[in-house]
Structures are given as C-alpha cells and as structure tokens.
Design a protein around this ligand. Structure first.
Ligand code: M6R
Length: 628
C-alpha cells in the first residue's frame, strides 16, 4: 500500500519527478517518505517520518540532482513509521524501494544476521536490498541479481532498485502490488499508479505479476521472472492531469463529493439509450483483453453479454469496505428487478471460507482501485473454481480489471480522497444498469418497466445536484453534531447498506463511534445503546418500507435518542419526530441510495474538518489496500 516512483533520464531532475509523483501517490500511504538520487555513481538519500511535506521541507536545504532516482511514500507494515524505517533502503551501493510484504522475512533476517549482515531498520524491505547486494557480489549485474533474489522471497511485492556501479539503470519487479512503466522521450519512469506520471506521459505499460523491467539508458526491456524477454503493448491514456488536482476545493474529498452528478452521468452514459430509455451494456468484453475492449464490435459484444447473463442462475458479489456496501445495494436491485439470487460477501472472508460456487454462477467483484488484495484473491479463487467473473472497477487496466472475464467501469475519474465517495455512487449507477439489463435479457421486466427504471436513472444527476446544498448545512451543524458520543445509522431495504456506508464514512474520517444497522434489528440488542448522547441517523425515504421505518424511529426516540432523519420531501411527520430533518427530492426507490449517500458523506466530511482531522488522508488508512 505504499507508493513508488522511479525516474531515469537526462532531461529532468529526478527529485522533481519523484516528489511530484509521490504527491499523487500519497493516498497509498503517508507515514514516512524518502528519495534517493544518483549522480555519477554517488547516491544521495533523504528520508523523513510523517507526511511527504516533511520530506519536502528537508529537501529545501539539500542539493540533490542526477539522472536516476527512486522515491517512496510509506504505509507501515513491518516496523514503526520512523525515519530509519523509511525507504529507500541502502545496502552497499544498492538503493531499493518496496511496496508489499515479504512473508518469509523472519527466516531471511535470521540468515542474514547469521552471515554477519548489519541490518539498520525493522522492515522486511531492507532485507531484500541485502539479498540483492549479496547476489551482486557474484553477478556484478543488477538485473541478474534481482532475478536471482526473486526465488528467495515470498509474498506480494513490487520493488524498484538502482545500483551505484551501474548509474544508467533501474530495475523493477512486480508480484502483487501494481507497477506501471511510463514511456517518455529519452526518459522513462516507473510508478505504482499512472496518476503519478500523467504530468509527464500518457503512454504506459502495465506490468503483470512476476515481470521484471530493465530501464537501461533509453531502452525499456521486460522479462518474465525466469528471464524470458516479453513483448508488451503500451497503452495510451486520455486522462487529463487536471483531473487529479483539487481545482479550488479545500480537499479532494469535497471536490469528489461535488463531482458525483457528473460521475454518475459518466457511469451510465455508455449503457443507456437516452431516446429509447433502454439499457444495453457496452463493451463488457467477456473473455476479451482489457486493452482491446475499444476494438470490439458492439453488436457482437452485446450478443455475448446477453448469452452470459442469460446462462447464469445466481450472482456472487465480492468486495471490501465501501465497495461491499455498493454490492449490498446491488443485491436489492438485481433481486428485485431481475429476480436472480445474489449473495454478497466480503472478499477477505470469501477467499478463505472455501465457498461453494455452483456451475452457472457469475462472480462479480467491485473495486474502485482494482488492486485490493483480498478482492483480487477472491476473483482468482472464483476463476480457479470455474466461475465466470465480471469486474466493476474505476481504474482501467488495474489488476482486477485485467484478470476478470467481463468488465464494467465506474467512469468516475481519479478518486484521490481515501474515503470513497464518487466511486460509490457511480457503482450504484452501474449496478442499476446491470440490474435492468439482466431483467430485460431474462424477460422479467417489460419495455415499459425498463423505460421507468431508465428515466429514474437519468434524473439522478440533477437530483443529486439539489442534495449537494447540504454542504452548507453541515458546515454549520457539525459544531453541534460533534458533541454526540456515538452515531447509529439505520435503514431498511435498499437504504440499509447506505446506513452501513454512512457509519463507515464517519468512523474513517471523524474517528467517532458509529454503527450501521438494519432498522428492524434495533430491538435485538442495539436499542440498549441509546441515550440522549446517541445520535440516530434514520434513512426513511417514502418507499414501501416507510411506515416500518417510522415505527423503528419512534422506538429509538422513546429511549432518548436524538434523531437526524433523512426522508423524502416536506415530511411533517418526520419533521415532528426528529431533532434534525433533511429532505431529499422525491425519487424512484432505485435512486434513493444515490441521494441518501450525499448528506452522509457531507456530514462526515464536516464533522471531521471541524474536529481538525485530515479528511483526505485519515490516520492509519490508505486508499489502495494491496496487502491482506
Ligand atoms: O479500491 P476498493 O474499492 O477495492 O477499496 C475497498 C475499500 O478499501 C474502500 O472502499 C474503503 O473502505 C474506503 N476507504 C472507504 O471509504
């Protein structure tokens, strides 16, 4: 979950490329950072604990230039977030940055210590630098030394290494966490994510697991772990670097909350016919390579997609965190609209519980980053068990996207804030499209019903715009709301997962105790938690479960709970029984979750800000969880 950047070339100072790249990667980890730059075979390293800013401050007084360099922003796994544990690690002229975990590090450490090695950090990463340095003593070749080291380490890791004796080379290896090569003119780059390099290039080679890259002068060569040269195609991206800037917002999270109407429109755009009000999933590409999706014949692709979706008799949705709550909404949508049974599972459980996946199952994963380690393991397991897989990702060409049989995209644009917002509502949009498509393909819904669902979906962006007005409301209310001891988020039906998502947002941003519950479950235990210092956030849209929600709300209120109700329109009843009432536009039941998510995001954002917390980079977390 760390971020890595490497640069080799003569036209820029590696320091500038690395620092600007690390800034874009800070979402991956931010507890220490470091840089090493080589100039005529001499390496200068600067490291600092804390956020990247601490490293930048140190660099103000350091002269550091050259033609090759590596940098790292860390999310600690082995060893505290101190300067001595910060990367790059250095051993006898080798400098190395590492993202991931070395599982056999205890044995390696003991063997190195027995051999008399001087180990200067508590990390597993430094041990890899020792192993490479040992190999280089005999091979005198960085690439060969890396290749020989790979069979000695186990785990999931990406590394980038340079060596003083070979000042025109960088060697990188990936097995697990993502790594891309950026191709420039007379210069090349490596990084954990394309966002780090968009400012310099749009041309990328995505590395697959167990591939080694050798940047040698201006040449880029890629090999399999056992030394076979590989021919890999570069992909040209059309992302705009502006998309990864704050553009005047105080935080990326706030910008991303505001981007939701546009993101939701972009998520449905490929699939929805706005004249016929129908859905036709575009370029799902079952069985096709992701970088060939644009070349697909849409008619043929749709025939294949229909064939697959007709042939299934159940769906498993597998994901983590916010993506899993989106999956839970997907269950309500697909079961209600398309009548296909759906099971939702958390990836870290699914992968280890030896799941029964009957034939004719579709296993669908949801992942913004497309790199979440548990979700990736889950899709691999599902494939091993013979299932057809479909991924919903935001990051195209991410590992999960590449490994799935079929592909759908959130189309949210880069999401930088660690707390997921626009990717969540975009996923709900894609799931709406999928549910309607399956419903039609299987003749469960009529043309008329399809039209009704699509019209509802098309109205979502403008309705979301209206709900964004709660930004100002929570800016002020946050000062009062932060007095509460805890928050219970309650919802029924399709609003239940939104209650879970609301609670997660509050925990991760404001570090306050919050729980999401199915409102009907309150009387089975959680009611005991309620007193006047407990806020009850009740999602009670005017749907068929509204009356039941009101009863649950009364039960909570009778025990002293302070109610924040979110309902539809100018609802006098809800106004009367709640301390705070937030009205949402009247919407179709399928769209309510998209609208409900926004005030909950804004509430967490403002509570965290008013408590003085860093909303874009909450403590202990990282955006892309590439370790299990
Ligand atoms: O990239 P993914 O969607 O696979 O990430 C899954 C979770 O780590 C993520 O949703 C996490 O829960 C967010 N920080 C929540 O805001």
């Amino acid at each position: 979950m760390c971020g890595i950047v490497g640069y080799l070339g003569n036209s820029k100072n590696p320091k500038d490329v690395i620092i600007s790249g690390l800034k874009k990667l800070e979402y991956r980890g931010y507890d220490s950072a470091g840089i090493a730059v080589m100039n005529e075979g001499k390496t200068k390293r600067v490291r600092a604990s804390g956020k990247l800013k601490a490293l930048e401050d140190k660099l103000l007084t350091e002269k550091i230039d050259g033609n090759v360099g590596i940098g790292h922003t860390r999310w600690a796994t082995h060893g505290a977030p101190t300067e001595r544990n910060a990367h790059p690690h250095q051993v006898r002229g080798i400098s190395l940055v590492h993202n991931g975990i070395i599982e056999n590090y205890v044995e390696i450490r003991e063997a190195l210590l027995a051999d008399g090695a001087t180990i200067t950090s508590d990390t597993d990463s430094e041990l890899v630098a020792h192993l490479i340095a040992n190999e280089i003593d005999s091979t005198k070749d960085l690439y060969k030394a890396v290749e020989k080291t790979l069979c000695k380490i186990r785990g999931a890791f990406s590394i980038v290494v340079m060596w003083e004796q070979n000042p025109n080379q960088l060697v990188a290896f990936k097995d697990g966490p993502p790594l891309v090569v950026g191709l420039g003119s007379e210069e090349n780059f490596v990084a954990s994510d394309v966002q780090a390099l968009l400012q310099y290039t749009r041309k990328f080679i995505y590395l697959d697991d167990r591939e080694i890259v050798l940047l040698n002068g201006q040449d880029v060569s890629i090999f399999s772990a056992n030394g076979y040269p590989l021919q890999k195609k570069a992909v040209e991206l059309n992302w705009d670097p502006q998309m990864v800037e704050k553009q005047g917002y105080a935080h990326f999270m706030l910008k991303e909350i505001y981007e939701q109407p546009r993101a939701v429109a972009a998520a449905m755009e490929p699939h929805v016919n706005t004249e016929k009000f129908s859905v036709r999933l575009k370029n799902v590409g079952f069985g096709s390579l992701v970088n060939k999706l644009e070349d697909l014949d849409p008619a043929q692709d749709w025939i294949k997609t229909q064939e697959v979706l007709k042939g299934i008799d159940r769906i498993f949705i597998i994901a983590c965190g916010t993506s899993s709550y989106a999956g839970m909404v997907g269950k309500y949508l697909i079961e209600n609209i398309a009548h296909v049974p759906v099971e939702v599972d958390i990836a870290s459980e699914f992968r280890y519980r030896n799941p029964v996946i009957p034939p004719k199952s579709l296993v669908m994963t949801i992942s913004q980053s497309g790199e979440t380690a548990d979700t990736l393991a889950a899709i691999r397991l599902a494939k091993e068990k013979g299932a057809t897989t479909l991924s919903i990702c935001n990051v195209r060409n991410s590992t999960i996207d590449r490994e799935a049989h079929g592909h759908l995209y959130m189309n949210s644009g880069p999401e930088i804030g660690v707390a997921s917002t626009k990717a969540f509502t975009s996923t709900l949009t894609v799931l709406n499209c999928l549910a309607v498509a399956i419903g039609r393909i299987r003749d469960v819904i009529s043309d008329k019903q399809e039209k009704e669902f699509v019209q509802a979906l098309l109205s979502a962006p403008s309705q979301m715009e209206v709900v964004l007005a709660y930004d100002k409301y929570f800016d002020q209310a946050a000062h009062t709301l932060k007095q509460f001891r805890g928050f219970l988020y309650l919802g029924r039906g399709v609003s239940f997962p939104i209650a879970m998502e609301g609670a997660l947002k509050l925990k991760e941003l404001a570090y306050m105790h919050a729980e999401g519950y199915a409102a009907g479950e309150m009387k089975h235990g959680p009611l005991a938690l309620i007193d006047e210092r407990m806020a009850i956030v009740m999602l009670a849209p005017s749907d068929e479960l509204y009356e039941k929600s009101i009863s649950n709300l009364e039960e909570a209120r009778a025990r002293g709970g302070q109610v924040i109700a979110i309902g539809t329109g100018d609802n006098d009843k809800l106004k009367a029984i709640s301390k705070y009432y937030l009205s949402l536009p009247k919407a179709h039941w399928t769209i309510n979750p998209l609208l409900e998510a926004i005030p909950l995001q804004l509430m967490s954002y403002h509570l965290a800000s008013s408590l003085g917390y860093d909303v874009d980079q909450p403590r202990n977390l990282a955006k892309s969880v590439t370790v299990e």
